[in-house]
Design a protein around this ligand. Structure first.
Ligand code: AHR
Length: 510
């Protein structure tokens, strides 16, 4: 018989509305994400609309992608936007120095990216070049995109086919400037940010949000020293502060044992401490929370798949990565009062991708299915959820595996069921992960005075902890059909969750 685990949901205890931006995405000029992944060009035999792959747009549209960050990543601080406008045949060939010295033809630039965002219904988020660019270059990009009046830059945009301003709201001012974006100290970056920010103007009807480069993982010092250097009037010009957190790997993308399964999920859960830790430092300097905390790169980072170029960061994606995505999104919902945006790295063919494409084929990864499953949380009110912790000691050996885990030894305490809950228009949506690699559980939903008489349950699970989708078998891991589950004899609703499985339970509250 399956173990029963109680999950307490308090539908009346609202945390905050779940900003749809918490389900955001990231697309860098890296490997085969932009070229071949999104862009094949109008003359390609692969079905496309003005150069953008139709299969990719068709696959991504149902996810309701709220925001898409581009063009990097490290690439952003070596990108010069003028290379990517005007007739494509006249654009310069550059070299992508960060990512394998790949040729960069600049065929996918500002207008092509905006067309992709429009096709997806996504808000664009541009990462500007602070590392190797100038304030003048960034100001001109903002004016080119956002000015509706009479100026040479606005006229150039119109001549390139876009009459109305693009009205790009989110502008990153550099990326990882503690690393690939210039190896700066936080003090140096704070000064540079302030200088560049001065020239990121609000044009009429196009107010902008300037996003400063935040820390790498738990680098509390970066956050504190940036804020300390910027405090006073300069802080008023920081609208967002973007941390990055990669939970890394354990084993490889597809080869791991149960201990490594638990190790990676423990590292994924640690994102909660990154969010609460940086927000609490921000709160000291910004008690009214005017500065938004973003996590504009997150995900699993496995060794590059055998046979693929090292600079392309191509990795497979298994049911374990699906659990990484689900646990992370659940944390974001539970911290919806502290986190404004989160962008998984990355959308196609790179790192924890949602889609893998090859020639004219496109497959949905297990991570894709999590975003699909979790979509009803977007825009709903996050409410409190507690699950009884079931600590399983893994002993010294296992703890040693996880030396760099945020939670240290405790990171191996396995909570069999965890998740998040939200309410919208009287409908409760609960997503739950059974992170135990080999034991199924039954979750009993205790709604403390409220009830779900019945609910629709959709499950993402696989019989094998290494299960993944391939071009030969693209639906090995996919969502189940919805099943109706009813509460028995007036008792609380019970939902079975397979080992290493994820479920979504949705029903009207009574
Ligand atoms: O997502 C890949 C790289 O990871 C990005 O370019 C960089 O910002 C980070 O280090």
């Amino acid at each position: 018989m399956e173990a029963v685990q109680r999950v307490v949901v308090l539908p009346g205890e609202k945390i905050a509305d779940i900003n749809p931006y918490l389900h955001g995405h990231f697309a860098e000029h890296l490997g085969e994400l932009v070229y071949n992944g999104v862009w094949v060009g109008p003359d390609s035999p692969i079905p496309n609309t003005d150069g953008v792959r139709n299969d990719v747009v068709e696959a991504l549209k149902p996810l309701g992608i709220p925001v898409l960050r581009w063009p990097g990543g490290c690439f952003a601080d070596d990108y010069h936007w003028r290379d990517g406008i005007g007739p494509r045949e006249g654009r310069p060939m550059r070299v992508n120095t960060h990512w394998g010295m790949a040729p960069e033809p600049n065929s996918f630039g500002t207008h092509e990216f905006m067309a992709f965002c429009r096709a997806l219904g996504a808000e664009p988020y541009f990462a500007g070049n602070l590392g190797s660019g100038t304030p003048n270059e960034l100001r001109d990009w903002v004016e080119y995109c956002n000015f509706g009046g009479d100026s040479a830059l606005a006229a150039e945009r119109r001549a390139n086919g876009q009459d109305e301003p693009f009205r790009v709201k989110f502008w990153g001012v550099g990326n990882e400037n503690w690393g690939c974006g210039g190896h700066m100290t936080p003090e140096q970056y704070a000064d540079e940010f302030s200088k560049f920010r001065t020239f990121v103007f609000n044009y009429p009807d196009s107010p902008v949000e300037a996003i400063a480069c935040g820390p790498n993982g738990r680098d509390w010092g970066w956050t504190r020293r940036f804020l300390e250097t910027s405090k006073g009037w300069r802080l008023g010009r920081v609208q967002g502060f973007a941390a990055h957190y990669y939970c890394g790997t354990a084993g490889t993308a597809t080869e791991y044992d149960e201990t490594q399964w638990k190790e990676l999920l423990a590292k994924a859960r640690a994102v909660e401490g990154i969010i609460t830790g940086h927000r609490s430092i921000l709160d000291e300097y910004d008690p009214e929370r005017k500065i938004k905390l973003l996590l504009d790169e997150w995900g699993a980072w496995h060794p590059v798949e055998e046979g693929k170029p090292r600079g392309g960061l191509y990795q497979q994606n298994t049911i374990r990565d699906a659990c990484v995505a689900a646990l992370s999104l659940d944390v974001f919902h539970n911290q919806a009062d502290k986190l404004y945006m989160a962008n998984i790295a990355q959308m196609i063919n790179v790192l924890q991708a949602l889609l893998l494409v090859q020639d004219d084929k496109c497959l949905k990864t297990p991570t894709y299915h999590v975003f699909d499953l979790y979509r009803p949380h977007q825009g709903a009110s996050a409410v409190r959820l507690f699950s009884a912790a079931e600590a399983i000691s893994e002993g010294e050996g296992a703890a040693a595996h996880c030396r760099d885990c945020y939670l240290g030894r405790q990171s191996f305490a396995l909570r069999a069921v965890e998740g998040s809950a939200s309410v919208k228009d009287g409908v409760l949506c609960v997503t739950l992960v059974n992170s135990h690699p080999s034991e199924a559980v039954e979750a009993e939903l205790d709604l403390r005075g409220r009830r779900l008489a019945e609910a629709d349950v959709v499950t993402l699970a696989a019989g094998d902890i290494r299960a993944h989708n391939t071009f030969e078998n693209p639906d090995a891991v996919t969502l189940s059909a919805p099943a109706t589950v009813a509460a028995k004899d007036g008792n609380a609703l019970r939902v079975p969750i397979p080992a290493g499985g994820i479920v979504r339970v949705m029903g009207r509250l009574s």
